[in-house]
Design a protein around this ligand. Structure first.
Ligand SMILES: C[S@@+](CC[C@H](N)C(=O)[O-])C[C@H]1O[C@@H](n2cnc3c(N)ncnc32)[C@H](O)[C@@H]1O
Length: 259
């Protein structure tokens, strides 16, 4: 079997086993990451690696962990969050009695907690519903625990830090008010159907890993999930070219408004 066939077969088997479709992720990047992992365990082919994954839950978990790339931060790219905090959310709150917000691919929770803090400061947490989803159950569990090391709070403004976190045994715990405001749920963006009527969808630093085709399908799904006038907030390397083909206009850098 050629190297390409070996990898293609691995992709098919993983899809069957986990419902994760690796073919919708950029191939060169994904292959490089998984080859490093496979070689670390001394398997010379993906066929051997898959047989081992079948028999060893720890290997499967490690594979899932590696393919998902879970890095996150509070206030990632702070200037963009200032635009949301100072311009878009206040505008929405004037016209919308109850905000419907979704943090898609939320990883370990820094992003939805950032949103919840901002909504709380704007006095709007009580009139917002906040959904946070990710493919990976392990990160969702960490998000729900809400315990973070000090270094990940680096960009949290000091007044927010004092108000929404409490130190505990070398870590910082998110306040119960924030925790209770978020509904965490497992979901695959490339596979599952979405709810609709959102005022704001935040989906950052995951679409860079997807193929152009997968991205394009996802933009259509996000567009359909937003209310007219609703906003999609993307990561700082993820601008959408020709947003109008998905029913969006550019509202600001990395913000797209559903027409
Ligand atoms: C780099 S993190 C981004 C976290 C956060 N949005 C941020 O910008 O800091 C990417 C997240 O996307 C999730 N992910 C990858 N593929 C996904 C998929 N098909 N559906 C949902 N989440 C996915 C991963 O599990 C990971 O937690």
């Amino acid at each position: 079997m050629s190297e390409d066939q070996d990898f293609s077969q691995f992709v098919i088997r993983i899809k069957r086993k986990t419902d994760i479709d690796l073919s919708q992720y950029k191939e060169a990047q994904m292959k490089r990451r998984l080859t490093t992992l496979r070689m670390k365990h001394g398997f010379s082919t993906f066929d051997q690696y898959y047989q081992a994954i079948e028999q060893n839950r720890a290997l499967l978990n490690e594979f899932l962990d590696r393919m998902t790339i879970n890095v996150s931060e509070f206030w990632r790219n702070p200037v963009r969050w200032d635009v949301l905090r100072n311009r878009f959310l206040p505008e929405m709150l004037v016209t919308t009695p109850k905000l419907k917000v979704w943090s898609a691919a939320c990883s370990t929770g820094e992003e939805p907690y950032t949103i919840a803090m901002i909504l709380s400061e704007l006095g709007a947490l009580g009139r917002s519903s906040l959904l946070a989803t990710d493919l990976d159950n392990n990160v969702l569990q960490k998000a729900q625990e809400g315990s973070y090391l000090e270094r990940s709070l680096r960009d949290v403004p000091m007044d927010y830090r004092n108000k929404y976190f409490s130190p505990s045994e070398g870590a910082f715990l998110v306040s119960d008010v924030l925790k209770k405001s978020i509904n965490f749920k497992q979901q695959n963006l490339l596979h599952d159907t979405f709810d609709s009527g959102y005022d704001l969808i935040v989906c950052r630093n995951v679409m860079i890993y997807f193929t152009e085709e997968a991205k394009s399908q996802l933009y259509h799904k996000f567009s359909a999930a937003l209310k007219p006038g609703g906003l999609l907030f993307v990561g700082s390397t993820e601008q959408i070219f020709s947003p109008s083909q998905f029913g969006f206009e550019t509202a600001d850098t990395f913000f797209y408004r559903r027409l």
